[in-house]
Design a protein around this ligand. Structure first.
Ligand code: MLT
Length: 398
């Protein structure tokens, strides 16, 4: 008899962002006349920049001519893209060989695929609130989970605790959902801890482009010893507007070994078996992000979203609400007013002012009573949402 993966029975009935979309769609069906201001899922609204669009067009044209047509791409990434990404790291003082960089179809796909490298008995340590896919993919693959609490007391930045052991450690900085960022000293402690106990850190750097403070590391490899204990997962989704285009990259250093096995070689074996590479056209578009023109253009986009963050921060300040994030991250994490629970707050915002955010407890129990706003909306929507939010919160609190 076929036995299904019974771990799925342990998952919540539906994925967080799906539940939000369903609730929002149901409301919209009932009230088609009301515009909805979407600050829920972190999906970008600005179009791809000119440098990327030109490169994509050019690559499409290349695919139309026999002399320039490209078939299968190398499974781990086209050499031209692996090289420019390695050069990008070198600009920050992180030296990588191009074949330590793997091109992927996006960070979320990769975060789950990487679990193939580790035995199912390995324990995953997850700081909650957390991006829900960390928990769900660990459950799907039958891994034990150790939950660490990120809360107001520890500034949403749990630190290593010798009494709590794990084999895999998920770290996300700048953090989704809280916007908290680890300092260099704090991150060094995690690296030292992982090296001491033989754990591997899965470092989710999807939001590194939003870091403003010079002393905050963008990459875990800025810390000494990280190449022997960390895999870094990065994405162009939030950096260059690739949420619908799909492209990310992962660094698996050659120095990362466990029990005599080389994780870089294992990942090459995995990719060459499991994928036929990322589309040539998309890789050409991605390479354009790292050109001088691309970097200048995406800097403009990041500024735009940061201004959105400023608008939402002002709105929360005006209502005298406690929140964190928004400065080095594209998310704001607020405490729900009057002790309200996260889903009630969600429902009321949707019903009363048609603003959609993300309930904090969708990111784990420690998110109960909190709420997340994404800053990736259009300027107009962000301004309207901010005004409505201030008015509503002031009325409730006073
Ligand atoms: C989020 O809203 O947390 C992210 O956009 C989800 C994702 O990147 O998959």
């Amino acid at each position: 008899m076929l036995i299904p993966n019974r771990e799925y029975a342990k998952l919540k009935e539906s994925y967080l962002f799906r539940r939000i979309a369903e609730k929002t769609d149901a409301f919209q069906k009932e009230h088609p006349e009301l515009p909805i201001y979407r600050m829920g899922i972190g999906d970008v609204t600005l179009p791809l920049c000119d440098a990327v669009i030109s490169a994509l067009h050019e690559a499409v044209n290349e695919q139309s001519r026999a002399e320039t047509f490209q078939g299968y791409q190398p499974e781990c990434g086209a050499p031209f893209l692996r090289q420019v990404i390695a050069d990008h790291y070198a600009d920050r003082g992180v030296l990588l060989e191009p074949d330590e960089v793997f091109v992927s179809s996006g960070a979320s796909d990769e975060l789950s695929d990487l679990l193939d490298l580790f035995d199912r008995s390995n324990t995953a340590m997850i700081m909650e609130p957390a991006y829900p896919a960390y928990v769900d993919t660990s459950i799907m693959t039958g891994r034990p989970i150790v939950r660490r609490s990120a809360n107001m007391e520890n500034g949403f930045l749990p630190m290593p605790d010798e009494r709590m052991k794990a084999d895999l450690i998920y770290l996300c900085s700048p953090n989704n959902p809280t916007g908290a960022v680890y300092t260099r000293t704090q991150l060094q402690q995690w690296v030292d801890y992982a090296n001491a106990c033989g754990a591997v850190i899965l470092f989710d750097a999807a939001y590194e482009a939003y870091i403003e403070d010079a002393e905050i590391p963008h990459s875990i490899y800025e810390l000494s010893g990280a190449k022997t204990c960390a895999i870094e997962i990065c994405s162009l989704s939030k950096t260059a507007g690739f949420t619908g285009t799909r492209l990310g990259y992962t660094v698996v250093p050659k120095a990362l070994t466990r029990d005599g096995m080389h994780l870089n070689a294992m990942w090459v074996r995995n990719r060459t078996t499991r994928t036929n590479g990322v589309s040539y056209i998309l890789q050409k578009g991605a390479a354009a992000v790292f050109t001088a023109k691309g970097q200048l253009e995406i800097a403009g986009q990041l500024r735009y979203y940061k201004q959105n963050a400023g608008i939402l921060m002002q709105a929360l300040d005006a209502a005298d609400v406690w929140y964190t994030g928004g400065k080095n991250a594209p998310y704001l994490w607020m405490k729900c007013p009057n002790g309200m629970d996260s889903w009630t707050f969600f429902d009321r915002l949707l019903k009363e002012i048609q603003v959609v955010g993300t309930p904090g407890d969708g990111f784990g129990a420690c998110g109960k009573g909190f709420f997340r706003f994404s800053t990736f909306g259009s300027r107009r929507d962000t301004e309207i949402a901010a005004q409505r939010l201030t008015r509503l919160l002031q009325a409730w609190i006073n």
